[in-house]
Design a protein around this ligand. Structure first.
Ligand code: 13P
Length: 253
């Protein structure tokens, strides 16, 4: 059984004070919901304050990025060792990083390896651009984005997030069926690469304009194990609605 996961990617939003206020508001309700891994990924600068606030809570913290070196002369970067003191997970290879900061498949993989070495669970994001989607290249793109991910990485608990770029921040989500089909493809690809055990245990999330109003459509699909949520994760009622529905729909009867 794969435990569902809902991760909120706050992106470059919230000051420390705003982040603290938001978590104070969400925490009590989130703690009442079981059967879901609940993750909040605030900006780096809020991790320390939120870690303290989430002491004893079932809500986990994640970072949104890291650098692959442990320490040294890399002005402005944050290392896996620094993060390992503050959080449990880290988003890697988000399409915004690939698009705006020229992150490559090779760089994303170095970051995955560095995260795992430091004991952080990576949430590796993959997804195609609208142009690649129109050209029927989705499967080719996803295959390339997964080409360096090792069996060991899956084995250690790497989580995948399929985020079609045309659905991010656009309000134009994929349909549940579309997302299920593509995530099914990803799982079959991993099956061919690394066998049944890995393919059946890896959690694959959907991301892109997920809200409390459409989460049910995704979460009821058999291949989809949860969601990586952007905009809606910054609104308490939306995020709680997403987590609650996921817990109920994925509950084994
Ligand atoms: P939105 O939910 O705002 O579309 O963002 C999705 C995303 O990029 C999560 O990582």
């Amino acid at each position: 059984m794969r435990i569902p996961m809902i991760a909120g990617n706050w992106k470059m939003n919230t000051t420390v004070a705003e982040a603290v206020a938001l978590v104070k508001e969400m925490r009590p309700e989130l703690d009442r919901i079981d059967n879901v891994d609940k993750v909040i990924c605030p900006p780096f600068v809020s991790l320390a304050a939120l870690r303290e606030l989430l002491e004893g809570s079932s809500v986990k913290l994640g970072a949104q990025n890291l650098y692959f070196e442990e320490k040294g002369a890399y002005t402005g970067e944050i290392s896996p060792l620094m993060l390992a003191e503050l959080c449990q997970l880290v988003i890697i290879g988000h399409s915004e990083r690939r698009q705006y900061f020229n992150e490559t498949v090779e760089l994303a993989d170095k970051k995955v390896q560095a995260a795992l070495k430091a004991g952080l669970k990576p949430i590796l994001c993959i997804g195609e651009t609208p142009r690649e989607n129109d050209a029927g290249k989705t499967e080719e793109v996803l295959t390339r984005q997964l080409s360096l991910t090792s069996k060991q990485a899956y084995h250690t608990g790497l989580v995948l997030a399929y985020e079609p770029i045309w659905a991010i921040g656009t309000g134009k989500a994929a349909t549940g069926q579309q997302a299920n089909q593509t995530i099914g493809f990803i799982r079959r690809h991993i099956l061919k690469q690394y066998g049944k055990e890995i393919a059946q245990s890896v959690r694959i999330l959907y991301g892109g304009s997920v809200t409390a109003d459409n989460i049910a459509e995704f979460i009821k699909q058999p291949e989809i194990d949860g969601a990586l949520v952007g905009g809606a994760s910054l609104k308490t009622s939306q995020f709680l609605g997403i987590v609650k529905q996921t817990s109920e729909i994925k509950r084994v009867k």
